[in-house]
Design a protein around this ligand. Structure first.
Ligand SMILES: [Zn+2]
Length: 240
C-alpha cells in the first residue's frame, strides 16, 4: 500500500526493536508495525518520531508493516521549542482520540497540514490551537451557536454559556450559570469561523487567553469528555 501523506501521531514500543506507529492519513487512522526501527542502523528510524509528516509504503496485510518511508516535513521549528511541541502533541492527541472513522478525513488532513505549517512558521501557536479546537468541535458534530439565543431566538443582550454550546439571552440564562460577555465571545466567534488562509490571527492579551483556554477546556469537558495528557503539561508550563 502506498500512502502519499501521513502524520505520525504517536508510536509505542513493540517487541525488542520494533514500534507501532499510529498514523493519520487522508483516509483516516492507520496503525503500522515498523520492524526493527529502534536499531541505530535502521533507515526508517527517523520515521517514528511523533509529529512528522511522512510518505510511506506498507505491506497489504490486515495489520500492515512499514516497508519504506521518507519525511515530507519534520516541523523542525515546532520541535525546537517545548511549548510549541507540547501544543502540537495536544492537537495530535485530540486527532487520535476524538476523530471517528466516519468523518471527512481529507478535509481534516488538509486542515492539520495548514495548522502545523502555521505553527512551524512562527504564528501564535496558542491562538492557532484555540482555532483548531473550536473548529474541531464543529467537525465532530458539536457546532457552537454564535447567532442568537438558542431558546428564544433573541439577538440582543446575549452572553456565551458553555453548557448551552453558545449564545443565550440574559433572560434565559440560569441565574447561577457562568457566562461570558461579547468582549470574550467575539474572540471565540472569530476563531471558530476564521479562514486561516485569508485572515490574520487576532491579538489576544494574556488575561483573555487564560479565559479562552478555560472556556475551551470546559467545552471539551461538557461535549467530548476527553482531556489530553499534553493539556496537563501545558498547565505546568503556562500555569493555566
Ligand atoms: Zn432567550
Amino acid at each position: 500500500m502506498e500512502i502519499n501523506k501521513a502524520f505520525v501521531l504517536n508510536s509505542i514500543d513493540y517487541k525488542e526493536s520494533s514500534k507501532i506507529l499510529y498514523l493519520y492519513t487522508e483516509k483516516g487512522h492507520l496503525s503500522v508495525i515498523a520492524h526493527g526501527v529502534k536499531k541505530m542502523n535502521s533507515i526508517n528510524r527517523f520515521l517514528s518520531q511523533n509529529g512528522t509528516l511522512v510518505k510511506l509504503s506498507t505491506t497489504n496485510s490486515k495489520f500492515p508493516s512499514l516497508k519504506e518511508g521518507e519525511i515530507i516535513d519534520e516541523y523542525e521549528n515546532i520541535k525546537k521549542n517545548v511549548d510549541t511541541y507540547t501544543y502540537m502533541n495536544h492537537i495530535m492527541e485530540l486527532v487520535r482520540n476524538v476523530i471517528s472513522e466516519d468523518l471527512n478525513h481529507v478535509k481534516m488532513f488538509g486542515f492539520l497540514e495548514k495548522i502545523f505549517r502555521k505553527i512551524n512558521s512562527g504564528d501564535d501557536y496558542e491562538v492557532v490551537t484555540f482555532s483548531f479546537e473550536l473548529k474541531l468541535l464543529h467537525f465532530i458534530g458539536y457546532g457552537l451557536n454564535f447567532k442568537e439565543c438558542n431558546i428564544c431566538g433573541n439577538s440582543n443582550d446575549l452572553v456565551f454559556n458553555v453548557s448551552n454550546g453558545g449564545l443565550i439571552c440574559k433572560e434565559h440564562l440560569n441565574y447561577n450559570d457562568l457566562s461570558y460577555d461579547v468582549d470574550i465571545y467575539n474572540y471565540l466567534k472569530f476563531l471558530y469561523y476564521i479562514d486561516l488562509d485569508k485572515h490574520d490571527l487576532p491579538e489576544i492579551t494574556n488575561p483573555e487567553r487564560v479565559i479562552i483556554r478555560n472556556i475551551i477546556d470546559m467545552l471539551f469537558d461538557e461535549f467530548v469528555s476527553f482531556k489530553t495528557k499534553s493539556r496537563k503539561i501545558i498547565k505546568q508550563i503556562k500555569k493555566y
